[in-house]
Each structure stands twice: as structure tokens, then as C-alpha cells.
Design a protein around this ligand. Structure first.
Ligand SMILES: Cc1cc2nc3c(=O)[nH]c(=O)nc-3n(C[C@H](O)[C@H](O)[C@H](O)COP(=O)(O)OP(=O)(O)OC[C@H]3O[C@@H](n4cnc5c(N)ncnc54)[C@H](O)[C@@H]3O)c2cc1C
Length: 454
């Protein structure tokens, strides 16, 4: 990695999620030129997407502009675009942005392109059951959820009204539990008294999973507590239930009781993840193996086998069965940056990435969350307070933290939802984009990738 006197070492970072952004920040004092390429102009704080979908937070609060976050870091050039290919011989990435294609050369490449939603080979489900991966998904769901109550209020046929008042969430991991809990709070706490023809409290919220427990990764005790809390909120939990069909007016399931159909206009999918298309492309180019979900099998130091100049970090790397969580992305992004700094300083490299598990948590409703930190398992109000502090710490930007706290006051202490705007374009644009053929729809799961649970 000897550099010519004329130019500095060029680091290209693909993805400004937790992995990419923290890698860039860790290199702020390094003698390198960084190009940070991201498909959107903002960094997305995915753990709070469900609060955008249920009207608590605005999208701006969880998606600050990347160039604003990095405005004081002189060695970064932020570029908009989707990386479509990597030429590992020429050390060059190809990028597409609306109306312009370009390439960027690198000396070291860090790829943190995250994960895509997986429908386990049933991509057609997406039209009727949006996932929860992007701001577009969250705004579409918000439009569908609030729109459903409006349409229920208009319909006089009881069966039709019931379909509009039934909400199905597929996947009982943290995202599914958080969504179901928040829709239940909307129906029972926020919306009553605002409609003349329906009682929102009669809404059915159904949470479905193929496994036999909610929040299974949190262990038996917290899982049982979460289930009890969901029942208290009025959520119907259907476990060991497999979704076999999704259409405009309902969902087909195989339950322990047999085949059933649930009439529901509003469905959401929080069930599976798989690596993004770029992971497969990069693995092919570099001759690296991938796991079942399409994630790249990396060396212990997060580099690709035979390519010490390419790092894969975060959700798209497969290493030691690490989970797809924010801390893995943050810590692996920082590890890649440290390795680059060591190389430039002429020090020994190849150190193994060791993950420090800070625990996991999920909210169920206001003032109620479960948190698992090492051997400590906390639930209820204490868990919720921990959740609040951790999320405030990691939300990017002082302004965003202040307004998020204000909105949490409105929703959790009061009975309001500050962000209830639902537009027709948000509700229907997915179908239009599909019909039009969106050349930038990059986050679809490559055919053949099985996906994994949340
Ligand atoms: C709804 C939801 C809730 C979650 N809740 C939690 C939680 O409570 N706690 C927790 O620890 N984790 C949670 N996670 C997981 C956590 O958000 C991820 O593990 C983390 O975001 C992974 O970081 P990353 O940098 O690998 O990818 P991401 O944060 O997904 O970032 C990837 C970035 O790459 C960009 N990108 C992708 N492909 C390309 C391309 N080809 N070219 C250019 N740019 C590209 C994307 O636009 C994106 O900005 C949640 C995830 C979701 C979806």
C-alpha cells in the first residue's frame, strides 16, 4: 500500500448506514481521501422506522442528511448513487444515480450495504404487505394505517368495515412486536373519540409468526413477558402460523388448526432479511462465498478472502454467526477503519474483529420494553427507560434528539400523534413505481437468496 507523494490513500465507503458512517467518522483524522457513496442522501436510523410508520416521529428525525452529519470532516466527499458493480482488478466501483453513471477508484474499499427485506421467494407479497426497511416503506405503511381507519369510517357494510379495521403484522421479532404494539396503542389510546361511525378500539391487530414464541432471541422469560403484554394491549398473537398467500383483501395462513383466511386490508411484513444485490455481485467479483441469506463470508478481520483491500461490514457480512444489529455494524465499521490506519502507519494488520455485545432491546408499548444485557434481563418500565436512553444516545444530531423527545412527550404522556399526514402518493406509489419500472429499485433480494429471520 505504498502511496505516491502526489496523492493520498483513497478509501471508498459504500453505504452510509451504521457501518459505513462510523467507519468514515473513525477515519476523520487519518491521512486519507474518503468517498462515501450512498443510495440516498440521508443516513437512516432503522430502529425507529416503526415510529414513523405509526405517526410518532417525522421521517426527518430519523434520517438526517449525510453531508450535514459530516460537514466538518474535510477528508470526506459524499456522493449520491447506487453502486452496481466492483471491478476488483482495476479497484473501481461503478455507480448509478438518476440520469448519471460514474466510477470511483479506490485503494481500500469498505462495503456496508446493509440488508434487504426477504419474502422467502414470494416477492409478490410486497405489493400488499410492505416491509420495513426504508423511509418509503414507513411512509407507505403510515398512509395505509391511518387511511384504513378513514375508510372504515366510510363503509357501512360490516364485513367491509371489519376488513379495514383488521391489521396483520407478519414476523414477531422486535420490529413486528413494536409495530403491533404501536397499532394497538393507536386503536385503543390515541384514536378513540375522533370518528363518528366506528370505534377504533374494535380494531383487530394480529401478529403472526411461524416460530413458537414472540421475540424468540430474547429468551423464554422476556419472550413470555412480551407475549403477556401484547395480550394486555389487545394484540392477537398467532404462533406456529405460516403465511402462504397475501392479496389485496387478506392473507392466507397455515395454522395448527389448518388453513385459514384472514380478511385484512392492511398487512405489513417484518419477517425476513437477506443481503442486498451488491453483496452477491461483490462476492462473485472477488470469488468469495456467501451464506444462505447471501451475506459475504469474510475473514476474521472483515476482509474478503484474498482481498485485504476490501472490507465487508455490518448486516452484509457473515462472520461468527453475528446478528444483523446496529452494534455489529458500528463496531465492524470502526474495526475496518482501524485496520486501514494501522496499514498506513506500517503496523501489523489482520487483527480479528471481536464483537462486544451491548445487549438488545425491544419496546412493546409506551412505558414497556424488554432488554437483555448479558445475564441481566429487564422488562416493563425500567426496560423502557433503558430503551429511551440508548435510542437518544444513538440518534444522530442534537436537533433530532430534541424534537424526538418532544414528539415522545406528545405520544407517550399525551394521547397525540404528531405525524399523521397520509397522502395518496405514499399509499399507492409502490404500484405505480412497479408498473413504470424503477431503474433504482436496488434493494430487492436477489433471486435464490433464502433470507433469514429478523
Ligand atoms: C425496522 C428495523 C428495526 C431495527 N431495530 C433494531 C434495533 O432495535 N436494534 C438494533 O441493534 N438493530 C436494529 N435493526 C438492525 C439495524 O438497523 C442494522 O443492523 C443496521 O442498520 C446495519 O447497519 P449497516 O451499516 O450494515 O446497514 P444499513 O444501516 O442498512 O445501511 C446500509 C446503507 O447502504 C446503502 N446502500 C445499500 N446498497 C447500496 C448500494 N448498492 N450503493 C450505495 N448505497 C447502498 C443504503 O442506502 C443504506 O444507507 C433494525 C432494522 C430494521 C430494518
Amino acid at each position: 500500500m505504498a502511496e505516491s507523494a502526489a496523492r493520498r490513500h483513497r478509501v471508498v465507503i459504500v453505504g452510509a448506514g451504521f457501518g459505513g458512517l462510523f467507519a468514515a467518522r473513525s477515519l476523520r483524522r487519518a491521512d486519507v481521501d474518503i468517498t462515501l457513496i450512498n443510495g440516498t442522501a440521508y443516513h437512516l436510523f432503522q430502529p425507529l422506522l416503526y415510529q414513523v410508520a405509526t405517526g410518532i416521529l417525522s421521517e426527518g428525525e430519523i434520517a438526517p442528511p449525510i453531508r450535514e452529519i459530516l460537514k466538518r470532516q474535510d477528508n470526506v466527499d459524499v456522493k449520491l448513487g447506487w453502486v452496481t458493480d466492483v471491478d476488483v482488478e482495476a479497484r473501481r466501483v461503478s455507480v448509478e444515480a438518476p440520469g448519471i453513471d460514474y466510477t470511483v477508484d479506490y485503494d481500500t474499499l469498505i462495503v456496508g450495504a446493509g440488508a434487504s427485506q426477504s419474502y422467502f421467494g414470494n416477492d409478490q407479497f410486497a405489493d400488499h404487505a410492505p416491509g420495513m426497511k426504508s423511509i418509503d416503506d414507513a411512509l407507505e405503511l403510515r398512509a395505509r394505517i391511518f387511511g384504513a381507519f378513514e375508510l372504515a369510517d366510510l363503509h357501512t357494510d360490516p364485513a367491509e368495515r371489519e376488513r379495514w379495521m383488521t391489521f396483520v403484522v407478519v414476523g414477531a421479532g422486535p420490529t413486528g412486536v413494536e409495530m403491533a404494539g404501536q397499532i394497538a396503542e393507536l386503536a385503543h389510546r390515541n384514536l378513540p373519540g375522533q370518528y363518528r361511525h366506528i370505534d377504533p378500539r374494535k380494531a383487530r391487530i394480529i401478529l403472526i409468526d411461524a416460530v413458537d414464541a414472540v421475540l424468540k432471541t430474547f429468551g423464554d422469560r422476556l419472550s413470555t413477558r412480551a407475549l403477556r403484554r401484547l395480550h394486555l394491549l389487545g394484540v392477537e398473537v398467532e404462533l406456529e402460523t405460516k403465511v402462504v398467500g397475501v392479496d389485496a383483501t387478506g392473507i392466507e395462513v397455515e395454522t395448527p388448526r389448518g388453513h385459514e383466511r384472514i380478511g385484512a386490508m392492511t398487512k405489513m411484513w417484518a419477517a425476513g432479511v437477506a443481503a442486498p444485490p451488491l453483496a452477491r455481485r461483490l462476492a462473485e467479483a472477488a470469488g468469495a462465498a456467501t451464506d444462505r441469506a447471501g451475506r459475504i463470508r469474510v475473514e476474521p478481520d472483515c476482509t474478503l478472502p484474498g482481498h485485504p483491500e476490501i472490507f465487508a461490514v455490518g448486516d452484509m457480512m457473515a462472520l461468527d454467526d453475528l446478528p444483523g444489529v446496529a452494534q455489529v455494524a458500528i463496531q465492524s465499521g470502526r474495526h475496518a477503519a482501524d485496520q486501514i490506519k494501522r496499514r498506513l502507519a506500517g503496523r501489523e494488520t489482520g487483527q480479528r474483529f471481536t464483537y462486544f455485545d451491548k445487549g438488545s432491546m425491544a419496546t412493546i408499548s409506551r412505558f414497556s420494553a424488554v432488554a437483555s444485557i448479558g445475564k441481566v434481563h429487564v422488562s416493563g418500565f425500567l426496560g423502557w427507560l433503558m430503551w429511551l436512553v440508548v435510542h437518544l444516545l444513538y440518534l444522530v444530531g442534537f436537533k433530532n434528539r430534541v424534537t424526538a423527545v418532544l414528539h415522545w412527550f406528545v405520544s407517550f404522556l399525551g394521547r397525540g400523534r404528531s405525524e399523521r399526514v397520509a397522502t395518496f402518493q405514499q399509499a399507492y406509489a409502490r404500484a405505480a413505481v412497479r408498473a413504470y419500472g424503477d431503474p433504482f429499485e436496488r434493494r430487492r433480494v436477489p433471486a435464490g437468496a433464502d433470507g433469514g429471520g429478523e
